[in-house]
Design a protein around this ligand. Structure first.
Ligand code: ZN
Ligand code: ZN
Length: 189
């Protein structure tokens, strides 16, 4: 769904879209497995700026407020098994025409306007915004279970399912140092 300022001149645009699974590409370890409803509203925020010659010019910002929810599958960070993950969120963002700030060389971003994005001349693609918001809402690290044993670094065996015999071979001390480091990193989450 493409949102353009022209659609918003008379009244806000109501958004009630459903993004089908497979429509958006979220990256190698995240997959949308259910329809993703997106409900909200787009408004036009007209920003008046003074140019050097004192002529007022107008910038058409789009404010997009919406919420989404859906079922996803995220790969376990240790054993790469898909882990079901329900994700929901809401956002309230402002998008400015990409040419506005480059032309005027002026950034009028106030402290409460930290969430500024840009849209191309053709308009703002709702799907792009939702995709980015979904990715931002993902936990930094997903595990299938807290004590997931992961894959054997030598043979690739999923150690939750079976024990391989690699552990019986004396391991290289350099790998032990790395394994110790990985444990320390995990404790922080
Ligand atoms: Zn796992
Ligand atoms: Zn092994």
């Amino acid at each position: 769904m493409l949102i353009t300022p022209v659609q918003l001149f008379d009244e806000p645009l109501e958004i009630d879209e459903t993004i089908a699974p497979g429509t958006l590409e979220y990256g190698p370890d995240t997959r949308q497995v259910s329809p993703l409803p997106v409900k909200g509203q787009a408004d036009l925020l007209i920003e008046h700026r003074s140019e050097e010659r004192g002529v007022l010019s107008q910038v058409n910002d789009i404010r997009l407020r919406a919420s989404y929810q859906g079922e996803f599958e995220v790969l376990c960070a240790r054993c790469v098994d898909p882990v079901p993950q329900f994700l929901s969120g809401e956002f309230d963002l402002i998008f400015r025409p990409v040419e506005a700030d480059s032309e005027f060389g002026e950034h009028s971003i106030t402290p409460d306007e930290t969430e500024i994005g840009y849209y191309e001349e053709s308009g703002l693609l709702l799907e792009d915004v939702v995709r980015e918001q979904v990715l931002l809402s993902l936990p930094p690290r997903t595990l299938c279970k807290p004590d997931c044993k992961g894959l054997c670094p030598r043979c690739g065996q999923n150690q939750n399912l079976a024990t391989c015999s690699c552990g019986q071979i004396p391991s290289d001390p350099r790998w032990n140092a790395l394994a110790g480091l990985a444990d320390k990193i995990e404790v922080k989450h």
